[in-house]
Write a protein that binds this ligand. Structure first.
Ligand code: ITT
Length: 197
């Protein structure tokens, strides 16, 4: 089936299309829809519902939304829901490389480096009927950025069990282990049971 994905991030679209193979994943920009809801929720779940509802009101068809980010324990869970805007608070537009460098600098020499990607994902079938899952990928903030795969914070989340960063694993491997992969497969299983047209 065709599902709308409430995102402006083409990397997320690529990943979800691979996770939900067999389904076609379309994003608002592909249909000329200007989609920029204000993500002012206090949690990933709040924001995922904001995105899902905003697009559902537009398309009135099944919508998937994803709100995700990197949570660092030693920084009380920051950047968390502010991951996309971290370092850009004063109107400065940082590249991913600059954002990653800033986060490594903020953590400094702190040996407590536990961190995780979190992904809340929602499947909205109507404004009163939706399913939400939240998944994680556990790791540690690396000491330096490494790897060219993936996007965003992938080069600075180190996976001790694989002795590399997320940006150093293949796309297939990332989807197998990631927060988005696990959440997307759970949503995929719900889609299958609903057998939507
Ligand atoms: P949409 O809101 O349009 O979906 P976005 O990129 O702004 O796109 P979020 O608000 O959910 O998405 O912010 C998530 C940010 O967290 C994202 O911009 C990345 O910086 C980071 N992030 C999320 N998932 C990631 C992943 O798998 N790998 C690396 N960084 C990730």
């Amino acid at each position: 089936m065709t599902v709308w994905f409430a995102t402006g991030n083409p990397h997320k679209q690529q990943e979800l299309a691979a996770i939900l193979h067999g389904h076609s994943v379309i994003i608002p920009s592909e249909a000329g829809i200007i989609f920029a809801p204000e993500e002012n929720g206090a949690s990933f779940i709040d924001n995922v519902l904001i995105k899902a509802k905003a697009l559902y009101r537009f398309v009135h068809a099944p919508v998937i939304a994803d709100d995700s980010g990197l949570c660092v324990d030693a920084l009380n869970g920051r950047p968390g829901v502010h991951s996309a805007r971290y370092g850009s608070e004063n109107g400065v537009n940082l590249s991913s490389e600059e954002r990653n460098a800033l986060l490594l600098k903020e953590l400094g020499e702190n040996p407590w480096r536990a961190a995780r990607f979190v992904c809340a994902m929602a499947l909205m079938l109507s404004e009163d009927r939706f399913f939400i899952v939240q998944e994680t990928l556990e790791g540690e903030l690396s000491w330096t950025a490494s790897g060219a795969g993936g996007f965003g914070y992938d080069p600075i989340l180190y996976l001790p069990s694989m002795s590399c960063t997320v940006a150093e694993v293949s796309d297939v491997e990332k989807n197998r282990i990631s927060h988005r992969g696990k959440a997307g497969r759970a949503i995929g299983r719900i889609l299958e049971t609903l057998a939507l047209p």
